[in-house]
Design a protein around this ligand. Structure first.
Ligand SMILES: Cc1cn([C@H]2C[C@H](O)[C@@H](COP(=O)(O)OP(=O)(O)OP(=O)(O)O)O2)c(=O)[nH]c1=O
Length: 207
């Protein structure tokens, strides 16, 4: 039996794992997120890896630690969470009437309890990937953007919107995994781990 640990404080990621029936605990990382990469698909993987590593170093025994990070990209710009209202308005102004990409990077560290020798712990297995979803947003007037900002929804979300919330009325269409936009590409994670012989729906035990 593995302990499954979600290394993220995002309530959305927790909800998605609960929805499919994974038994896990949450230990969120407070490590500073320093970006050294340029491409969004690399940045999200790097940040997911920092979160998973931070928690993996703090837990003992057999464990599967899952880190994730979500960002929005549009016209060569990468958007994280807005810092304030002005920032949120600028982001939503860019996204309205346009197409953008949402990237979520996932990093999974599988810690075994088998020791190589009496001094060294067994090597961890690391699986990491990025999932991309294309999103088209209908044109929005300044008044609509301001009303949306007033709901308070933008502030803890990459790109300043939540597709699962009140922003749903502005989504024209998506191409790719919906759950990836909400912050966690659950199907890709489940499938990749299953290929490795790990079933997260069964406490990580092999099928
Ligand atoms: C685009 C979009 C993002 N989001 C959220 C998912 C993520 O929680 C958040 C991006 O922030 P992240 O930095 O990926 O994650 P987090 O700060 O919430 O949690 P932690 O760092 O502890 O892992 O944006 C939505 O909820 N809906 C959306 O439509």
């Amino acid at each position: 039996m593995y302990k499954i640990i979600l290394a993220s404080g995002s309530p959305r990621r927790k909800e998605i794992l609960e929805q499919v029936g994974v038994k896990f605990t949450v230990l969120s990382s407070d490590k500073e997120e320093i970006i050294t990469k340029e491409k969004p698909e690399e940045i999200v993987k790097e940040l997911a890896c920092v979160k998973a590593r931070d928690i993996a170093d703090k837990v003992e025994g057999k464990a599967i630690i899952i880190g994730a990070d979500t960002m929005v990209a549009i016209d060569g710009q990468v958007l994280g969470k807005p810092k304030n209202e002005v920032d949120a308005r600028a982001m939503l102004q860019m996204l309205q009437g346009n197409r953008h990409q949402v990237y979520t990077g996932v990093s999974v560290i599988i810690k075994s309890d088998v020791k190589r020798d009496e001094f060294n712990a067994a090597e961890d297995i690391i699986i990491s990937f990025t999932e991309k979803t294309e999103v088209w947003v209908y044109p929005m007037k300044r008044k609509q953007i301001d009303k949306y900002i007033a709901t308070g929804e933008p502030f803890d979300k990459a790109g300043a919107y939540g597709i699962q919330g009140k922003f749903a009325v502005n989504i024209e269409k998506i191409e790719g995994d919906y759950y990836n936009i909400v912050g966690f590409p659950i199907a890709k994670l489940y499938t990749r781990l299953y290929e490795e012989g790990i079933d997260i729906l069964n406490n990580g035990e092999e099928q």
